[in-house]
Design a protein around this ligand. Structure first.
Ligand code: ZN
Ligand code: CU
Length: 496
């Protein structure tokens, strides 16, 4: 009796996610798994012609802030149509629990949204189990959220009781299946934590396979100090480290990435598990309140020129979105600092795009073997969010790998599939081989490209024809298929 499959994709150029060069093969899907790779006989309910196309594992976005978007906009179009099949949420210290503090932070990205309430990380996982998103969700515990719950916005070290409360939040998250803990050391209240506090909390993850991901204290002229601190925390706590959005921010720091990469190399040479992620743009994005403090632009991201700060979203004045602080100041006839102060007075949650990086640095970091890809997209569907929300993966594949030749396409694919899956402990994902989950992207390597710009960011990439999530075709003919086949991914294996 001949085999029968749900789907067979015929004669695509298959990138297996390991970085190996592609091979022409058929890939068969049965249920939620890849059933066969090679010359596949038998019958299929559906056959796709893969000739001239690339088939790779679904992209894993290791750096997202989609904790609440996954609940509010479970179709997750902005990720799915860019080939993303898994998002790791809870980055930069901002986690999904405890609910009161998490939902207060969520308001910055989703001002008018009404969230259903959940209890703890286990409640968040349970919500995703009941009401799945279109992509898989891996979860990081937010240190900032835990600190806020334990001790509010206090700018001091925790006392014993507060530390115990933070530990119980981290422990609950780990128990529920979180992949690790993140910190955001430029934000309130994460920035009030010293190294020892972070070591003590990260130590809870020793032996569990959980990792420590960090938005470091200073990505500008203090970059090297910050990388040392991140590595130190991992080493003392005995846990893997993930440096978030590796960059040198602000003109006075440009070029420092060459040394920060050496720090990572040296740590790796000593046997430490240290890597980083990056988004492929020369602009960053965050909340205005983090980069305008005490009447001045700057703060953890270095010297910041008001002309480089562009309003991304502000619910109070949508007509200001897309304007730089200098342009807005001219329009309302005041100094740029006064304009920033006025925005914050009316909308404490306004977000901005920051033109603070150097293209050579972006390429230096991207080429380095320690770097995987993460969008850091801010899922405000109103306003003008940074285009990385939609375009990150297509841009690395189309612009940096194909057009600029920074590395072979197979390596670009590896940095968004097999590599992050191994680092974050996502078993059975990030690879194309029999038995693995059928998270797959079928794309045209000649056409794939990001299309969003800073002026017009809400655009899906070109060249992505089909996306499978757990075996379900969730993008078909480049259009969403209204599937919600994602799963909440719980940490499984212990690594050592
Ligand atoms: Zn961050
Ligand atoms: Cu982030």
């Amino acid at each position: 009796m001949s085999q029968s499959y749900d789907v067979v994709i015929r004669e695509a150029s298959v990138f297996d996610g390991s970085g190996a060069p592609p091979i022409t093969a058929d890939v068969a899907i049965d249920g939620d798994r890849i059933a066969a790779v090679g010359a596949v006989g038998g019958r299929a309910r559906e056959t796709l012609d893969g000739r001239g196309l690339a088939l790779s594992p679904g992209f894993i976005d290791v750096h997202t802030h989609d904790d609440f978007a996954a609940v509010l906009y479970p179709q997750m179009d902005f990720k799915l149509r860019g080939g993303v099949t898994t998002c790791v949420v809870g980055n930069c210290g901002m986690g999904a629990a405890p609910f009161a503090e998490a939902s207060a932070m969520a308001r910055a990205f989703h001002p008018r949204a009404l969230l259903p309430e959940w209890r703890g990380y286990s409640g968040y996982f349970a919500h995703l189990d009941r009401a799945p998103a279109a992509v898989n969700i891996g979860v990081l515990i937010g240190h900032g959220t835990a600190r806020m719950a334990a001790m509010g916005g206090e700018a001091r070290a925790p006392d014993a009781k507060e530390m115990a409360r933070m530990k119980s939040i981290v422990a609950e998250g780990l128990e529920a299946g979180a992949l690790g803990m993140s910190s955001g050391l430029i934000y309130d209240p994460g920035r009030f934590a010293d190294t020892d506090e972070l070591v003590e909390l990260a130590t809870l993850m020793r032996g569990t396979g959980g990792l420590y991901a960090t938005h470091m204290r200073d990505e500008s002229t203090g970059l090297l100090e910050s990388v040392r601190e991140a590595i130190d925390i991992g080493e003392r706590a005995g846990v893997p480290v993930q440096i978030s959005h590796h960059k040198a921010s602000g003109r006075s720091a440009w070029g420092l990435v060459r040394e920060s990469l050496q720090l990572i190399e040296r740590a790796q040479a000593r046997g430490l598990d240290v890597h980083a992620d990056q988004y492929p743009y020369t602009a960053g994005s965050t909340v205005l309140s983090a980069v305008f403090r005490d009447g001045k632009f700057g703060g953890g991201i270095g010297m910041l020129r008001p002309e480089d700060v562009v309003i991304a979203s502000t619910a109070a004045h949508p007509e200001w979105e897309g304007k730089s602080m200098v342009a807005l100041a001219a329009e309302i006839d005041c100094e740029p600092a006064a304009a920033a102060a006025r925005i914050l007075a009316e909308d404490a949650d306004a977000t901005v795009v920051l033109h603070v990086m150097n293209e050579d640095d972006v390429r230096t970091v991207m080429r380095h073997p320690s770097t995987m890809i993460g969008s850091d997209g801010i899922p405000t569907l109103e306003g003008k969010p940074h285009p990385r929300l939609y375009g990150t993966f297509a841009r690395v594949l189309g612009h940096y790998a194909r057009d600029l030749g920074l590395f072979p396409l197979a390596e670009a694919v590896y940095r968004m599939t097999g590599f992050p899956a191994a680092k974050f402990g996502l078993e059975g994902r990030g690879v194309v081989k029999p038995g693995a989950y059928a998270d797959l992207v079928l794309f045209d390597p000649k056409r794939i490209i990001d299309r969003g710009t800073y002026e017009d960011p809400h655009r899906h990439p070109d060249g992505i024809d089909a996306v499978f999530v757990n075996g379900v075709m969730s993008v078909r003919n480049a259009q969403p298929a209204n599937a919600r086949a994602g799963r909440a991914l719980r940490r499984v294996a212990q690594r050592n």
